[in-house]
Design a protein around this ligand. Structure first.
Ligand SMILES: CC(=O)N[C@H]1[C@@H](OP(=O)(O)OP(=O)(O)OC[C@H]2O[C@@H](n3ccc(=O)[nH]c3=O)[C@H](O)[C@@H]2O)O[C@H](CO)[C@@H](O)[C@@H]1O[C@H](C)C(=O)N[C@@H](C)C(=O)N[C@H](CCC(=O)O)C(=O)O
Ligand SMILES: Nc1ncnc2c1ncn2[C@@H]1O[C@H](COP(=O)(O)OP(=O)(O)OP(=O)(O)O)[C@@H](O)[C@H]1O
Length: 509
């Protein structure tokens, strides 16, 4: 709960409040008779309003009608960047602000009574590996901290250490974030492990949130489009904000721009801890012993010792690096590396490097790779691990965003694939045939056999029809997702994993 006066003061303290508008009355102080007016509910969606709501007017597609709808349903005040002068203007107190996203974050933090004070908050950013690392960290910390570990990730949210809800964004809107943090704290959680996307900083979703630990995994060009970032510089800048807003930062020593990231953290007075492979000069280094095993050594007298042998059950050398990042985080809170080892070994991540096989000797990997960094790493791993069979890849690219991925996918296919079956991903408003032709234009290796089938389920079936024992089928970019974004709607889709599992069984019979 907040009073109207408290809300106005929060905005004033951050110099966000421009004026308070009540009908024709423009002012900077809340009138005495409204100061204690209770705001019982906070919402940015007119479809979710209760009596005495403070309504946040936000969004590219915001429409005045949403505010009028909210007032009809019980909104008494709103936060807005644009003064509303419509038919209901006398019925609402308008807190006019410079930046509605920042205002929402600060109001939500206070409305939900500063849940960050009751949780250790750990954020992971990077172009790839955020979800996997969050899963590794939750699993290993759960072993030590009795399942008092909450998670926010692009796949699922867990606020009680037990139940999982499907997520909508990688990092939720600030209002949802602080609400979920409050729920987690009320459920007795002590730690929150979360993904921090570049959009989280771009759209001020984590504004006013200080992290206990911020982890930077890697960076490569991605998410550059009219609806995401105008340039790579902006993408990197947004991600690098985590370095300023975390007491300790854990950075991949082999990540491009390491120096810049470390300098930012140090300039803000934050502690820098590095991790990397045995080729690096990181504080903590891993050495790959076998495809699923690595050991770790500590090369810094300033950091707590972390040594031992660890086994993971998710393929891919890059997952040794993700697992080490998780271990370094865990080690900041406990020295029980034996328990951490158990947690790591238990970890699987839905739709990430999931291997399926059948008695006929067919092998498939369902994975979420969809940009150059991840495709390059996962294809390389497949080729090295299964050098004798063909690599048959089923892949498409999203419409309307991150357009550079089409070239990246084409180049990665040219480098590693034997067969490429180009198909639909999340088409949004674009024609998948056109997207696939663009990918195809970048496959400049004549030895790659290229097919196009925009029906994704049929494209996967095509892969099975052409696979021989020893070949590896690689279903990229959708994991276990059971929808496709198509022309503004979510169309149900069976799911790459679900379909591959079914076909594996059928091909056995
Ligand atoms: C750019 C961005 O941050 N967009 C998010 C943002 O949209 P928005 O604020 O512009 O809102 P909008 O969709 O235009 O809708 C306008 C407003 O009207 C309200 N409304 C709408 C209908 C109605 O009847 N009444 C009503 O009040 C809505 O609740 C909303 O507040 O707020 C919406 C929720 O309110 C999000 O769904 C939406 O995510 C978009 C769809 C999205 O997917 N963004 C991607 C780019 C993203 O953020 N991705 C990153 C991951 C990137 C990575 O992998 O690294 C992420 O963190 O998920
Ligand atoms: N450290 C890494 N380096 C390169 N590729 C990786 C790394 N970790 C995971 N990948 C690849 O990227 C894919 C996506 O991994 P994950 O979901 O963990 O990353 P993410 O950062 O959450 O991705 P997104 O932003 O797309 O949700 C994996 O399926 C794997 O192919």
């Amino acid at each position: 709960m907040l009073t109207l006066n408290q809300a106005a003061n929060i905005l004033k303290q951050d110099q966000l409040l421009r004026e308070i508008v009540i009908g024709d009355d423009w002012r900077f102080e809340v009138p005495a008779n409204l100061k204690d007016r209770r705001l019982q509910f906070l919402s940015y969606d007119s479809r979710h309003i209760a009596p005495d709501t403070l309504f946040i007017c936000k969004g590219l597609h915001f429409n005045e009608k949403y505010l009028e709808d909210a007032i009809d349903k019980g909104a008494v005040a709103c936060v807005t960047e644009n003064v509303y002068t419509g038919k209901d203007q006398n019925q609402v107190v308008q807190l006019v602000v410079n930046d509605v996203q920042k205002a929402m974050a600060l109001l939500a933090r206070e409305f939900y009574n500063n849940p960050q004070r009751e949780l250790k908050v750990i954020g992971f950013t990077g172009t790839k590996g955020k979800t996997t690392s969050v899963y590794f960290t939750r699993h290993l910390m759960n072993e030590v901290f009795d399942h008092k570990v909450a998670q926010l990730s692009s796949i699922a949210e867990c606020l009680d250490g037990e139940h999982f809800e499907e997520a909508h964004l990688t990092t939720p809107e600030s209002l949802d974030l602080f609400r979920m943090m409050r729920q987690a704290a009320n459920n007795g959680m002590k730690y929150l492990i979360m993904e921090v996307s570049s959009q989280a900083y771009k759209k001020s979703r984590v504004y006013g949130l200080h992290f206990d630990i911020g982890v930077f995994l890697n960076i490569a060009a991605d998410h550059i489009s009219p609806v995401e970032h105008p340039s790579f510089e902006d993408y990197l800048y947004c991600k690098s904000q985590l370095m300023l807003n975390s007491s300790k930062v854990v950075i991949n020593r082999e990540c491009p721009y390491y120096d810049l990231l470390a300098q930012k953290a140090l300039a803000a007075g934050n502690q820098v801890i590095s991790f990397g492979s045995s080729q690096s000069n990181a504080d903590y280094r891993y050495v790959v012993d076998s495809p699923h095993e690595f050991h770790v050594a500590t090369f810094s007298s300033q950091q707590p010792q972390l040594t031992g042998r660890f086994k993971i059950n998710i393929p891919g050398t890059f997952n040794d690096s993700n697992a080490l990042a998780a271990l370094v985080v865990g080690r900041q809170f406990s020295d029980d590396t034996a328990a951490f080892a158990k947690g790591l070994e238990k970890t699987t991540v839905p739709g990430r490097m999931e291997m399926l096989s059948n008695q006929r000797g067919l092998l498939a990997c369902v994975d979420y790779a969809h940009n150059y960094l991840s495709l390059n790493e996962s294809f390389k791993y497949m080729k090295n691990t299964y050098p004798n069979g063909r690599l048959i890849v089923v892949i498409g690219a999203a419409g309307g965003k991150a357009e550079s991925r089409r070239k990246d996918i084409g180049e990665a296919l040219a480098k590693y694939a034997d067969v490429a079956i180009l198909t639909s991903e999340d088409n949004f408003f674009e024609d998948p045939h056109k997207i696939d032709e663009e990918i195809k234009a970048h496959i400049d290796n004549p030895d790659v056999e290229v097919h196009i089938n925009v029906d994704r389920a049929k494209a996967i079936q095509d892969a099975f029809n052409m696979a021989r024992p020893g070949d590896v089928m690689f279903m990229a970019a959708k994991g276990r997702e059971q929808f496709m974004h198509e022309k503004g709607r979510d169309i149900p889709y069976v799911g790459d994993y679900q379909l591959t599992q079914k076909l594996m069984r059928e091909y056995d019979e």
